[in-house]
Design a binder for this molecule. Structure first.
Ligand code: GLU
Length: 242
């Protein structure tokens, strides 16, 4: 089942992502990765095995990974062996679009063939990578439009966290038959597979429903349906603690 966590806000996102991934460890995983808007652009780091390996790799690769917006993932391989290439996030060409995914894209083979014919180059064996390229295929500057069109093509179960290179500071999230929650705090906004990943920062959460799209900035959370109509959603206070 594995995990997703994302943060956009007013403080360093990286420690929040790493801590969040640690609190989702109970779900099981075989590799981990993060993507972040850093001062050097959108950066992706992935590692096989434990989250500690990912932390090590971030240190080894050096560079300043300070960021106030990013997404993280722990993978439980369903399509393709546990490896760095198959670990998430997955990217379209030039990291124009970066995706983390929990679940299974059932029709990934036909989509992969379709996209390969259009010239898209795949770097992993995962079902997830089709989502990154499909979004890229549809993206003409309006993320909601691209997501809605991609959702019309993919079948299966998914919780997705998505970054668009030309939309720094924004996280898009959508789900179908795979858990995903949205959290908000004074310091910023979150996505997560489950409450424990963000409980240290907020108890104010919203459970998004199937096919609802959330757009997060550091100050705002907006929900849309697949027709890009705004939805009014209620936040609740989680009554328990870690
Ligand atoms: N099906 C995807 C993969 O194998 C996602 C697995 C997961 O939920 O972590 O990469």
């Amino acid at each position: 089942m594995c995990g997703i966590v994302g943060f956009t806000g007013r403080e360093n996102a990286l420690p929040i992502l790493i801590k969040g991934l640690y609190s989702l460890e109970y779900r099981g995983y075989d590799s981990a990765g993060v993507a972040a808007f850093t001062k050097d652009g959108l950066r992706v780091v992935k590692a096989r095995g434990r989250i500690a390996n990912l932390e090590e790799k971030i240190k080894e690769e050096g560079g300043d990974m300070y960021c106030t917006c990013g997404i993280g993932h722990t993978r439980w391989a369903t399509h393709g062996e546990p490896s760095v290439a198959n670990a998430h996030p997955h990217c379209s060409k030039d990291k124009r679009i970066v995706v983390v995914h929990n679940g299974i894209i059932e029709n990934y083979k036909e989509l992969k063939e379709y996209l390969q014919k259009k010239g898209f180059v795949f770097l992993s064996e995962t079902d997830t990578e089709v989502v990154a390229h499909l979004l890229d295929y549809y993206y003409k500057g309006n993320p909601l439009e691209a997501i809605a069109r991609a959702l019309g093509r993919i079948r299966g179960s998914y919780a997705l966290g998505i970054l668009f290179k030309d939309q720094p500071g924004k996280i898009y999230a959508v789900r179908k038959d795979s858990p995903l929650i949205i959290g908000r705090s004074e310091n910023g906004n979150f996505i997560a597979s489950d409450v424990p990943a963000i409980l240290k920062y907020t108890k104010n959460v919203c459970y998004i429903s199937d096919m609802e799209i959330a757009e997060l900035t550091k100050d705002t959370i907006t929900f849309y349906d697949v027709d890009q109509e705004i939805l009014e959603k209620e936040f609740r206070t989680v009554e328990w603690d870690a």
